[in-house]
Structures are given as C-alpha cells and as structure tokens.
Write a protein of this length. Structure first.
Lengths: 215, 289
C-alpha cells in the first residue's frame, strides 16, 4: 500500500486523531495562557517572586515529558488526565517568562502617565501594560504550542488522545507493511498541525497587537 | 513613543523565539535587567539567583532520592516488579541513559557550533535565513515521530536512537549559535578589523570569546534536550531509563514506573545543574553581567 492509498483508506480515523490532537493542545494552551499571564501579572512587580516563578516553571520544563507523565500516572491514572496536566504544566514556562519580561519591559513613564490621567490599577494593567506586553506574550504562546504538539504525541503512550497513537501503532507493528505509513502520517500530521497553529498565531498577532507598537 | 518601544520588544521576542523552550540562565538575567531600568545594580540579583539555585537543586535531589530509597526499603514488590528491577537492571538503564546523553551531546556540539560559525561568515550569510527557516520547521517535528522514522529506516537499535537524538537537538543549538554570533556588537568587530586583525583572528580572539556564554547555553540546551529524548530511545531499542518507565506503564507496576521516572527527573535536574555551574564558572570575566 502506498502512502497515498493509506491516507485515502484511513483518512477518517486520521482526521479524528488530528482533531483530538489539535483540540487537546488548544484547550491546554488556553488554560496555560490564562494561568501563565495570571502568574506573570501576580509576580512581575517583585523581583524575587518573578524570579521564583521563572525558576520553578523552568525546572518543570527540564523534566523529560515521559518521566513527568510517568509520575502523574500513579496519581491520576492513564488517559486524558495525565495528558492534560502535563501539557498545561509544560505550556506554562514560555508564557510566564514572556509575560514577566514583557510586563517589566513596559516603559514606567507610560504607566506613570496612565496614573496621572486617573486610571485605576486595574485599568492601567488592562489598558496600558498588558496591551504593550502582548507581543512577547504571544511569542511565548507560539513557542509553547509548538512544544506541546510534540509532547502530546508522547502522551499517547499513556493512552492519551491524538496523532501520537498513530505513531505508536506504527512502532508496535515494525516490519509490517503499514508501519512506515502510520509513522509518516502521524509525524507529518503533527507538523502540519503545528504549522497551521503557527499561521493562526501570526494572524492573531496581526489582529490583536495594537497598531502603535507593531514592528 | 512607539519608536523607543519597538527595539525593546523586538529584542525580547528574538530572545524567546530562538530558544526551543529550554530555559537558559541568560534569558532570566536579561529579563531582570530590563526590569530595573537603571537605579538598582542588576548584577546582585542575577548572582543571588544562581547561587540559590546552585545550592537548592542538590539539596532537593538528595531529598528526593532519599525519600525514594526509603520508600523502596519498606515497599514489598511483587515478582513482576522484582524481575524488572533486579540484576542491576536499574543501574544498567541509568548508565545507558548517561551514555546516550553524553554521546549525542558531543555530536550535537561538534555539528551545530562549527555549522553556526560557518553560516554567519560573510560568504554563507545568504544561507542563514534558509537555515533558520529549516530550524524552525524542524522544531515543529515531534521527537517521537523523528525517532520512529529513523528506526524504520535504519532498523531497531542504538544507532537509530542516537541519530534521532542528535538530529533533534542540532537545530535548536544551531539557531542559538547563529543568533548569538549575530548579536555580537558590530562595532567591536569593526574595531578588531580596524586594528588589523585577520578574519581568523577576529573569529578566534573576539567573536568566539564573546560568544562563550552563548555556546555554554547551547551545551546546556543540548544536554537537557538529550536527557529528555534519551527516555524515548527505548522505543527504538536504544535502552536507557525509558525502559523502566515503559515497563512500568505496560505491566501496570507503579514502583517500576515511579523509580524510572524519579531517576530520569533526578538525572535531568543534575545535568541542568552541572551545566549551569559550568556557565557560571566558565563565563569570561569581562562578560559577567
């Protein structure tokens, strides 16, 4: 069976896997973004809290994903829970770090001016600081998403959802005619998904980065 | 107002974009620098963080391994777990893991750093964007997929696992090297040329010393990535601590799974710690920012 025949035969199942992969990554990214920006907002003003947040998230990232999933399985079992927890944790670091760097990089005189015209703390944060810090945060989201695409594939070994299952099925049937097709379909599918997400982020950047700070 | 803002944001964007998610200490430090614009000396906090980290990590590792050991002392293992852990299989897996990491890191460095230097030379500068684009594409490739393809192509065994690990880690180290060499202050290079240094002299006596922190960050990135991908070597028959993890998952034996995972975590943190120690110790004196 050639690769194209394989794709034609299995396209329904592959599309279902691809959809699950994308939706797992997307949902975890939404949670990671909310948490990450919240952590960034809560910690960027104090030196040690910001450094602690970056340090602890970077320590999490140092842990190999298979080991992280392995440690989560005894606690939460197999399947979706360890996948979601691991993906969210790994997605945090680039977002936390970039929110802190972005928020700290906002020109203090602009914040001062906002205070001068009578904006409250919340308004300053929402209407001045976060919009100015948004481009680096968005970069963090992009970096996270790319990383999560690969980690989600590994999570399939712990019965997680997504295209990783196709790759592992191919690995399990090494030597059979379909092994290469399966591995290739899974790998290429993940690459395509990652590129699609990246394109979407470029578009989001175009639409949401305030015109004044566009580079 | 937008003019002074723009280069700043661009700088942070470039800095985070070039890393593949693996933390390098320099990222944190430059973040702290942008925070305190001028008044507070940025050196003190940067130092303190690394010092804290240097003592905290070993303490944490010792505590974690001690707790695991104590737990295994009182745990009663069933025959399946006994079987998976006896006869020095644990130490063998650990040793294989270390070997995989060291060998692949060695090859990553001797491939990526010279290639990065080559691609920033004048003659090849046109090829740099192409290389960066390929590197970015490569980052979208899942490690397990790459490994699986190599296993099918080269057959099961250690070689396929090693080549997969190397291919996976070369790209981030390469893009780090290119970005770092490009970030060197052009006026310094101009000055070096101005006092009559040859291109090789400029490279070996100015550019490379200036790029040492960056190369060290690349070493660290490669090491940490490789400790991680070495856990996947088991899927290609390459051994390593992944053997314990996968055995634990497929046989539903939590002690085996936990031991494999904890040893992997400990190894990853230890390697990261050693690399950050090297970064602190080997950084050229004049560049201690």
């Amino acid at each position: 069976m050639t690769f194209w025949e394989y794709l034609g035969n299995r396209h329904q199942q592959l599309l279902a896997d691809a959809y699950q992969h994308a939706s797992a990554v997307f949902q975890c990214m939404v949670v990671a973004t909310l948490l990450g920006v919240l952590i960034g907002v809560a910690t960027y003003q104090s030196g040690w809290a910001g450094n602690l947040a970056t340090l602890s998230t970077s320590t999490i990232l140092t842990i190999p994903s298979l080991a992280m999933i392995g440690l989560l399985i005894p606690v939460v079992g197999l399947g979706v829970p360890p996948t979601v927890i691991a993906l969210t944790l790994y997605g945090l670091l680039p977002i936390v770090r970039n929110s802190i760097v972005g928020l700290r990089g906002v020109d203090p005189s602009l914040v001062d001016a906002a205070r001068g015209i009578g904006m409250s703390r919340l308004a300053r944060l929402l209407r001045v600081e976060l919009p100015l810090a948004w481009p680096p945060i968005l970069t963090g989201i992009r970096v996270s998403t790319q990383m999560l695409m690969g980690i989600a594939a590994i999570a399939a070994y712990a019965s997680g959802p997504g295209l990783g299952n196709v790759i592992f099925r191919g690995l399990a049937s090494l030597g059979s005619a379909n092994a290469l097709n399966q591995v290739l379909a899974g790998t290429l599918g993940i690459i395509v998904l990652a590129l699609l997400f990246d394109a979407a982020y470029v578009l989001i950047g175009r639409l949401t980065i305030p015109r004044g700070i566009r580079v | 107002m937008s003019a002074p803002e723009a280069p700043d944001l661009k700088a942070t964007e470039g800095e985070t974009g070039e890393e593949t998610g693996v933390e390098s200490e320099s990222g944190v430090e430059s973040g702290a620098e942008t925070a305190q614009a001028a008044p507070a000396p940025p050196r003190a906090p940067a130092r303190r963080v690394s010092w804290q980290k240097l003592t905290f990590v070993p303490a944490f590792l010792v505590a974690m391994l001690l707790a695991t050991w104590l737990w295994f002392q009182q745990a009663d293992l069933d025959p399946v777990s006994e079987n998976a852990l006896s006869n020095g299989q644990v130490s063998q897996a650990l040793w294989e893991h270390v070997q995989l990491t060291v060998i692949s890191t060695f090859f990553v460095l001797i491939i990526a750093i010279p290639l990065g230097i080559l691609l920033t030379r004048r003659a090849f500068r046109k090829a740099t964007p192409v290389a960066m684009a390929i590197a970015n594409m490569g980052q979208a490739t899942p490690a397990i997929g790459l490994l699986a393809l190599l296993v099918i192509w080269l057959g099961i065994g250690r070689r396929a696992a090693l080549i997969g690990m190397i291919a996976y880690a070369v790209l981030p180290v390469l893009s780090n090297t290119i970005a770092g060499l490009k970030a060197n202050d052009p006026t310094l290079l101009e000055a070096a040329r101005g006092i009559g240094m040859s291109p090789t002299g400029v490279l070996t006596r100015v550019e490379l010393p200036l790029a040492v922190p960056l190369i060290l960050a690349g070493v660290r990135t490669a090491l940490v990535l490789n400790v991680g991908t070495a856990t996947l070597a088991v899927f290609g028959g390459g051994g390593g601590l992944g053997v314990l993890i996968t055995a634990g998952i497929t046989n539903q034996r939590m002690p085996v799974l936990v031991l494999g995972s904890i040893l992997t975590v400990a190894l990853a943190l230890l390697v990261d710690w050693l690399a950050s120690l090297a970064e602190v110790l080997l950084r050229p004196r004049g560049l201690e920012t």
